[in-house]
Design a protein around this ligand. Structure first.
Ligand code: ZN
Ligand code: ZN
Length: 407
């Protein structure tokens, strides 16, 4: 039996169906869609091309006192690729399927990361506006490109442009991650992504011979050392100890993670490869000594005659303090009223907040996903309709509070 879905859910499905999937996101369709909804809302929509074909879409709801600093509601529009064969549902159909608990699940790439956030903001604004509210501060919805590939033509550049400065953002919300437990995670800092390319060159020859000095014999020992380090950090997390400096329990943001994500080399099975390349996704916790860790990596590379290059490198210690932070107080108050528990920590991945915090703007990362398995970048990514509707209610409360924060 077909049940009627709230319009908000149907809109969300439409947003999910836009293939903003890397490496060739359909930003054109996405921008048109956002413009259409801005028009429906009666709100001005500005499109700023950070680089040709890389649009930042800003929907603005002006406050009663536009001279006050504004509220930025940030979300990226791009999503990561899928392994289609491993999905049981079309990742871009946004099909709704009822699960064993009777919950309606919306399956689509980007449901969790992070279209639920962007669309949650938008539907919250729609409801608030329809209810006749008008707030003190201006609210800007920012839909930004290319976060999933490092933001080189996204927030990383935009944050330095005059158009960003003109938004006069005093506080920003961005993404977090789903929590299998009954609380929303709130992130005040994040780990630094060091995307590392390792390349070894060596002697080639016949695959039947014991060729000395091969590329593989150089790279492998280095990779093995890295994987040992990985196991040590994983164990530290699993053992459930405490952080030395402040005695808080060790969480994913408090350890350095590392994954060998790409391995390339070789031309034919019986030819010893002249070169081999490994890409390693390293996420360094802000609790680590960046300089010391970097030196360790570089000395390892040197020892094994491996070339090391950082394709993405940030030594980011920027933290949004939760002490004496009125924005945080407002979020806590709103959550309390809704009976939603918050759990604070350091984000294990990277978000656009790492470019915004250094501009002196406090940013908190929240994805309103509780009692939800972590499926970002994974197969069969989904959120439930119930979760999406709760997200809208959460943002309504939070946005009202933030936008009415008296100076
Ligand atoms: Zn994301
Ligand atoms: Zn992501």
């Amino acid at each position: 039996m077909a049940s009627t879905l709230p319009t908000a859910v149907e809109n969300f499905q439409r947003y999910l169906r836009i293939k903003t999937v890397q490496p060739q996101p359909d930003y054109l369709a996405c921008t048109q869609f956002l413009k259409l909804h801005a028009e429906e809302l009666g709100l001005p929509c500005t499109v700023i091309e950070v680089k040709p074909g890389k649009p930042v879409v800003i929907i603005t709801w002006e406050g009663k006192d536009p001279s006050l600093s504004s509220i930025g509601l940030n979300s990226h529009t791009d999503v990561v690729p899928v392994y289609r064969d491993h999905w049981t549902h079309d990742p871009f159909a946004a099909e709704i399927v009822t699960d064993d608990q009777g919950e309606q699940r919306i399956y689509a790439r980007g449901t969790q990361d992070m279209k639920i956030v962007g669309w949650g903001y938008l539907e919250a604004i729609r409801n608030l506006k329809a209810a006749g509210h008008r707030f003190l501060r201006t609210v800007h919805l920012l839909f930004v490109p290319d976060e999933e590939i490092g933001s080189e033509e996204g927030m990383k550049v935009f944050v330095h442009q005059p158009e960003f400065k003109a938004l006069n953002i005093g506080f920003m919300l961005d993404e977090g991650v789903a929590n299998p437990d009954d609380a929303y995670y709130v992130f005040y800092a994040e780990k630094s992504a060091w995307w590392t390319r390792l390349r070894a060159e060596g002697q080639t020859g016949h695959g039947s011979q014991f060729i000395p000095n091969t590329a593989v014999s150089k790279l492998m020992p280095m990779l093995n050392t890295l994987l040992e380090f990985r196991a040590k950090e994983a164990k530290r997390l699993l053992d459930g100890g405490v952080n030395e400096d402040d005695q808080t329990p060790i969480r994913p943001g408090d350890v350095t993670s590392l994954n060998l994500t790409m391995l390339n080399g070789g031309t034919q099975v019986n030819v010893v490869p002249e070169s081999i390349e490994a890409n390693v996704d390293i996420r360094v916790t802000p609790r680590a000594d960046f300089e010391e860790f970097r030196q360790w990596l570089e000395s390892l590379a040197q020892k094994h005659d491996v070339k090391l290059e950082f394709i993405q490198y940030m030594a980011n210690r920027n933290v949004t303090s939760l002490k004496d932070n009125p924005w945080w107080d407002i979020i806590q108050e709103a959550s309390k009223e809704l009976g939603i528990t918050l759990d604070t920590g350091i984000f294990p991945g990277a978000t656009d907040a790492r470019f915004v915090r250094p501009a002196g703007i406090p940013v908190l990362g929240i994805s309103p996903l509780r009692n939800t398995p972590i499926l970002l970048h994974d197969n069969d990514e989904y959120v439930t309709v119930k979760t999406f509707l709760e997200a809208i209610a959460f943002y309504e409360k939070v946005i009202s509070g933030l936008a009415n924060n008296k100076p």
